[in-house]
Ligand binder design. Structure first.
Ligand code: BGC
Length: 366
């Protein structure tokens, strides 16, 4: 008799919790926010289209696909490296009624202003790829950026040892000083390179940051580095665009292919430089995963629900723990360029055009 009663009590409790889960007017997570019946409308502001090909060729594409698949309204715009324009786009998006704003900041100061304004208007926010220091975004979605830098440092070391380089002078082109990611990448590659400098295996050469990741400025900077130190034997370049700038200078000196250069983003140009033997490696970041995770979080936020995260990132400036999704980067050398194609990130047509047909075939890409 007692046992029977307990059973009934248990099944009532179970039925109760099931109803709570299925009831759309109450999310049961105590997180009201924009409300569960808000129709998701998501605004995304991309930073520029020149610091890396990825923003327009990968991020815009994968984010659009993810939002379409989720059946939500969205608006993706690009600030073209203009901070004023960035604010204007944000204002317009807020006025147009987005309930979630996703940003890739141009620097933490202007990013924070946009995030705080959105928050004040009841708009949820997500930091996409770059953490806004001192900011107020509910979520951060990116890659493990220290791991990205480690792969670059290890990649350069591998290529230098493959070439049997003796006490190579290593030059470094860091990313933009205003991008927290550039700090994290540097933390990663310096953790690999510093011990080599300390042991005397490598010689620390010129080391500079490239404002706004500007590829044209990177060429000027590297030209000066090369003039001051013509015996540069390896280049840690923080992304494919900066790497290509260094490679262009090395080509003029007939030193391309003799000086390993790193990169990041698995851009068509970076992969072609690898196939040609002018670039040692790149870091592939499967942007589709980053975009899918962002779309899932944005839809959850729009519905006033909590999303799924896999990490917590500490904002060193705001001293705040930010719930995050961090994806895993992959190192790409000549022998696994094929993996990037197989993943659908670049097509054979764009990669293997003209003079790249032969090296593509050699690398098993068809
Ligand atoms: C991104 C890189 C990109 C760089 C320049 C960084 O914040 O993580 O993928 O190459 O910005 O746009």
């Amino acid at each position: 008799m007692r046992k029977g009663l307990l059973l009934i009590a248990a099944s009532v409790a179970l039925a109760g919790s099931l109803t709570a889960c299925g009831d759309s007017s109450d999310d049961g997570d105590g997180n009201s926010g924009s409300g569960s019946d808000a129709k998701p409308k998501i605004g995304v502001i991309l930073p520029d289209s020149k610091s890396s090909a990825r923003w327009e060729t990968a991020d815009r594409k994968y984010l659009s696909e993810a939002f379409k698949k989720a059946g939500v309204e969205f608006d993706i715009q690009n600030a073209q490296n203009d901070k004023q324009e960035f604010q204007t786009i944000a204002d317009q998006m807020i006025t147009s009624g987005v309930n979630v704003l996703v940003i890739v900041n141009l620097d933490s100061g202007t990013g924070k202003a946009v995030l705080d304004k959105a928050k004040a208007q009841g708009v949820a926010t997500i930091d996409y790829d770059r953490l806004t220091l001192g900011g107020s975004a509910q979520y951060y979605v990116s890659f493990d950026n220290v791991a990205v830098g480690k792969l670059q440092g290890e990649g350069l070391s591998k290529c230098l040892s493959d070439m049997k380089a003796k006490k190579p002078i290593v030059a470094t082109l860091n990313g933009s000083p205003t991008d927290n990611n550039a700090t994290l990448f540097a933390r990663g590659y310096n953790s690999v390179l510093d011990p080599q400098y300390e042991s005397g295996a490598y010689v620390k050469g010129p080391n500079q940051s490239v404002p706004d990741w500007d590829n044209a400025q990177a060429a000027t900077i590297f030209e000066q580095m090369y003039t001051s130190e013509p015996k540069i034997g390896g280049v840690l370049a923080a992304n494919d665009g900066l790497g290509n700038a260094a490679i262009a200078v090395l080509r003029k000196q007939n030193r391309n292919g003799k000086v390993p250069v790193t990169g990041q983003d698995a851009t068509v140009q970076g992969l072609q430089n690898i196939l040609a033997g002018d670039q040692c490696m790149t870091v592939y970041k499967a942007v589709k995963k980053e975009a899918d995770a962002t779309a899932a979080l944005a839809v959850a936020l729009a519905k006033g629900k909590k999303g799924t995260t896999n990490a917590t990132v500490e904002d060193p400036e705001g001293k705040r723990k930010v719930p995050s999704v961090l994806e895993t980067p992959v190192a790409i050398y000549k022998d696994n360029v094929k993996d990037v194609v197989d993943d659908g990130y670049v097509t054979v047509e764009e990669l293997c055009k003209g003079k790249y047909a032969a090296p593509c075939a050699q690398a098993g890409i068809k």
